[in-house]
Design a protein around this ligand. Structure first.
Ligand SMILES: Cc1ncc(COP(=O)(O)O)c(C=O)c1O
Length: 453
């Protein structure tokens, strides 16, 4: 069919393995360091927070890791996700580019996050854990983990970034519907929360500190992280593997793959299988990571060792960072308000494999509304950043008069983000200032650690 729109795979084509890009990463990798000793962290350091299987995945040098049958069975609830050729959008943009998008909004939680949540719940249950504690920004990860805990018989407790808790009451209700307990972070339930009470909007970094503190208190309770770590990026690679098959069905391969980046997990999930393919088959593809210009870690951050959380309880990770206690402005794409990024993604940016692009939120919403009017789907504000970056590529194709194939990661829908769309329609959405001075201050407070240059 020459005008096909949707490329759909059968359940039997859900990937059987996750793609681990770690052994193929170009350039030098630096280990995470213990926050107290400054030495590389070992499995014992992580054992109070994560089950052994996930710790082993975190450091695995196996190029592929088998997906347990029970996890694949849970994936069947929404996977494989569809790939669309955005023909109506192409006409609207009047571009010679072929635009495709891989849509993760078909999961029960409405984003890619359950791809890792169900895997993490599975391994924790297998290790005899009773409860998982986590943080959530936009509420996407918290709702995904609440669902996953329900599927695997675990309790779930979520520290939700204050501003999102206020802006997204229905995300909170969704977490509760699946049986999770939600707190507005910062709380007075933890030392970390009490120490950050001045930041009433909260931030992902603060919520992580709270969740880690609660998890570290009890032996039958573990912590679950929704992004950044290697095992989370690993679980997301079902996205890119399916997308490769679907692009084959469409008879073309992308010249450029675009995704949004908060901590990097959906971007990694979509791109790492393509990057693996480039490395193995000597093909070449451009990769563009779209981040909010109010929290521009990859484009304006420094490549240094920093904590993953605000208070400084997590290992030090080598990454582009704005400083662990930098509190990003309250942009509506709550899931993109994180001070750092996945170390593997940072390494790929540093090595020039991935380009980064900072997108103002008004431009992201402008792209999202145009997309919704052409394609029907109302995108999550996070995914809107990827759309804007994709539009820039489509415009370049138009200016140069050359066709190109663009693949966009549409990481979720925005059905619980309509207050942000309301603000956009009312002309009240602002491009929040990114403060160079605040970042300089935050970077000056970075822990001493070996230089990585
Ligand atoms: C829909 C959506 N896309 C993207 C992100 C960003 O996270 P990551 O960079 O880990 O994919 C989030 C985070 O909450 C999200 O909800």
């Amino acid at each position: 069919m020459s005008d096909q729109v949707k490329y759909v795979l059968g359940e039997s084509e859900i990937p059987t393995h996750w793609v681990n890009l770690l052994p193929d990463l170009p350039g030098q990798s630096f280990p995470p360091l213990h926050p107290g000793t400054g030495q590389p962290v070992g499995p014992d350091d992580l054992a109070p927070l994560f089950p052994l299987e996930l710790i082993m995945q975190e450091v695995s040098s196996e190029p592929e890791i088998e997906i347990p049958e029970e996890v694949r069975d849970a994936y069947r609830l929404w996977r494989p996700s569809p790939l669309y050729r955005a023909r109506r959008l192409e006409r609207l943009l009047d571009t010679p580019a072929h635009i495709y998008y891989k849509y993760e909004g078909v999961s029960p939680a409405g984003s890619h996050k359950p791809n890792s949540a169900v895997a993490q719940a599975y391994y924790n249950r297998a290790a005899g854990i009773r409860k998982l504690v986590t943080e959530t920004g936009a509420g996407q990860w918290g709702s995904a983990l609440s669902l996953a805990c329900q599927l695997f018989g675990l309790e779930c407790e979520v520290f939700m970034v204050g501003i999102s808790y206020d802006q997204k009451p229905y995300r909170r209700a969704m977490i509760e519907t699946w049986g999770g307990v939600v707190h507005r972070s910062p709380t007075d339930l933890t030392e970390a929360g009490r120490s950050q009470s001045a930041h009433s909007h909260g931030s992902l970094g603060i919520a992580i500190s709270e969740a880690v503190e609660v998890a570290a208190r009890s032996a039958d309770t573990n912590y679950a992280l929704g992004s950044v770590l290697n095992h989370v990026c690993l679980h997301q690679t079902v996205i890119g593997q399916e997308a490769i098959k679907q692009m084959e069905m469409a008879g073309e391969m992308p010249d450029v793959v675009v995704g949004c980046v908060g901590g990097g997990s959906n971007f990694a999930g979509l791109t790492y299988p393509f990057i693996r393919r480039d490395l193995r088959e000597q093909t070449s593809t451009r990769y563009v990571a779209a981040e909010p210009s109010a929290c521009p870690t990859l484009t304006r951050g420094e490549y240094r060792y920093d904590f993953g959380d605000t208070v400084g309880m997590t290992p030090l990770m080598p990454m582009y960072t704005l400083g662990h206690d930098f509190v990003p402005p309250p942009v509506h794409a709550g899931g993109l308000r994180y001070h750092g990024d996945a170390p593997s993604l940072c390494q790929l940016v540093r090595e020039g494999v991935v380009e980064a692009s900072a997108i103002p939120q008004t431009q992201a919403f402008d792209a999202a509304v145009r997309f919704a009017r052409a394609e029907g789907i109302v995108p999550a504000p996070e995914a809107a950043h990827a759309l804007r970056a994709g539009f820039i590529e489509a415009e370049r194709a138009k200016q140069s008069g050359q066709g190109r194939v663009i693949l966009i990661g549409l990481s979720g829908h925005g059905h619980f983000d309509m207050s942000a769309y309301d603000a956009y329609h009312a002309g009240e959405l602002e491009d929040l200032e990114f403060s160079e001075a605040e970042v300089r201050d935050a970077l000056a407070r970075l822990p001493s650690a070996p230089a990585i240059s």
